[in-house]
Design a protein around this ligand. Structure first.
Ligand SMILES: C[S@@+](CC[C@H](N)C(=O)[O-])C[C@H]1O[C@@H](n2cnc3c(N)ncnc32)[C@H](O)[C@@H]1O
Length: 450
């Protein structure tokens, strides 16, 4: 399903570097670009054969040697030169390490040189030279072992799990130490460029990073998280699995289950004949599908469920899935941007009407405090007496979304239970209780209208 991609399908990071190159025995030239798999270079004289050995001067002190095969060539008539694209046949691990280090140095050179404070410069340099290079070496070795079937998926995953956790911890320590948002943003960008060629072989992580629908966590990705199905092979398998087993994905699945539990409890205790439910930022509405389609819940009264999302395709998806629900349940679909509710309250009170449950899971973490407050007020005013408002949020004291941040460039508003409860209180809503998912990463602020 998620094959579409805008990322260049390059296997390895590449540097566009002019390095002296000598092709044995007596051809001299200059590289144009260089990666772990191949090289582009220009020579003064044409090569007579297609297989050669080359020495590449990575730095004044470091030279690597490799055998290569010519893939393409071109004569640069005006310059009287000859251009070649070659693939490497064999590398010693020692030479590969030198090459990788040089790739990292080239990518990070300007960043490090641009840091004025010495104490920051040293820490950043240390991160790339020691921590990151070691991670990249391990990753590359594991990947090639998997490609050559020299390691089982389980063993490879267990290694990837360890090296990922380690580099994320080190990255997070660096971020805390630097206290410099602009610099950290640049570091994360280079981090993704350098390890992306391996990490984004995971269809899931790549999809999460690319945000093809324009924002993080769209309904298709949420469906993947709910289905918990690995889609990719080799090193991609490891990163699919790492993403699906990450506390973030676990908490998302739990959040959906907890919301289902809250809804069913409300339905079972309801004493009125017709119930109105409003789901804001419904996405694929998996909790509703679980209740009304998978478990074929038959309510004793009529329920009208209104689903709101700004993504039309998410609404169409939900509509199709929910079609086979009980006849006692009807659905209304609204392609609204929730931010408009804060601007034109009266209009949308009229459109949506009074509600018995208003809930939102997977939205509040993306909203700044001012908007969240206005939305809570708007929703609470929609409630009939004894109606409830349920807002789910990730707990910043329980979980820091490092993997979504470092590999997928996702940012959330970090809030604790106290922070969100205070937003409710600022809206003069005091009848509040809080429930949690089994891992405690997600909390649900539930408020009943008197
Ligand atoms: C993380 S998903 C959560 C979906 C669903 N509630 C769930 O938990 O599976 C976030 C959803 O919010 C929707 N969304 C984000 N901002 C929105 C806005 N301003 N107005 C309406 N929908 C929005 C997105 O389209 C997406 O479907």
């Amino acid at each position: 399903m998620i094959k579409k991609t805008t990322l260049e399908k390059r296997q390895f990071p590449r540097i566009m570097a002019k390095l002296p190159i000598r092709v044995t025995p007596q051809f001299f030239g200059e590289s144009i670009d260089l990666s772990e798999t191949g090289l582009g270079f220009v020579l003064d004289k044409p090569l007579p054969l297609s297989k050669f050995q080359a020495k590449i001067e990575i730095s004044p002190k470091e030279t690597i040697e490799t055998n290569f095969r010519v893939i393409w060539n071109k004569q640069l008539v005006e310059q009287k030169k000859f251009m070649y694209g070659v693939c490497f046949i064999r590398f010693k691990e020692k030479d590969l390490k030198i090459l990788r280090k040089s790739l990292t140095t080239t990518y990070t050179h300007n960043l490090i040189n641009g840091i004025k404070e010495i104490y920051k410069k040293e820490k950043v340099k240390e991160f790339w030279d020691l921590r990151f290079n070691s991670y990249l070496n391990d990753l590359s070795v594991l990947s090639s072992k998997m490609d050559n079937e020299l390691i089982t998926q389980e063993d490879a995953f267990s290694h990837v799990f360890q090296i990922n956790n380690k580099i994320l911890k080190q990255g997070d320590e660096l971020e805390t130490f630097l206290q410099d948002r602009v610099l950290v943003r640049k570091i994360k960008k280079i981090f993704r460029q350098l390890c992306g060629p391996w990490v984004y072989r995971s269809d899931i992580v790549r999809y999460a990073y690319e945000k093809l629908r324009g924002y993080p966590g769209d309904y298709e990705l949420l469906e993947i998280i709910y289905d918990k199905k690995i889609l990719s092979r080799n090193i991609g398998y490891c990163y699919d699995n790492y993403f699906l087993e990450n506390p973030y994905a676990v908490a998302v699945r739990n959040r959906k289950n907890k919301m289902k539990e809250i809804l069913l409890r409300f339905f079972k205790n309801a004493t009125i004949d017709n119930l109105s439910v409003l789901n804001l930022a419904c996405g694929s509405a998996r909790e509703l599908r679980n209740i009304f389609v998978d478990e074929e819940f038959e309510p004793e009264f009529n329920i009208v469920v209104s689903l709101v999302d700004r993504d039309k395709e998410a609404l169409e998806f939900s509509q199709k899935i929910l079609e086979s629900s009980s006849q006692k349940v009807s659905f209304r679909f609204f392609n609204h941007n929730i931010l408009d509710y804060c601007k034109e309250k009266e209009k949308y009170y009229g459109v949506l009407g009074e509600q018995d449950i208003v809930y939102s899971i997977g939205l509040a973490d993306y909203l700044p405090e001012k908007i969240l407050k206005q939305l809570i007020l708007f929703c609470f005013n929609l409630l009939r007496p004894k109606g409830i408002l349920v807002i789910a949020h990730k707990d910043s004291k329980q979980y820091k979304p490092l993997a979504p941040d470092w590999w997928c460039d996702w940012t959330f508003y970090h809030r604790s239970e106290e922070d969100v409860v205070n937003v409710f209180r600022d809206c003069n809503i005091f009848n509040i209780k809080v429930e949690r998912d089994p891992t405690s990463v997600m909390f649900f602020v539930i408020s009943e209208k008197k």
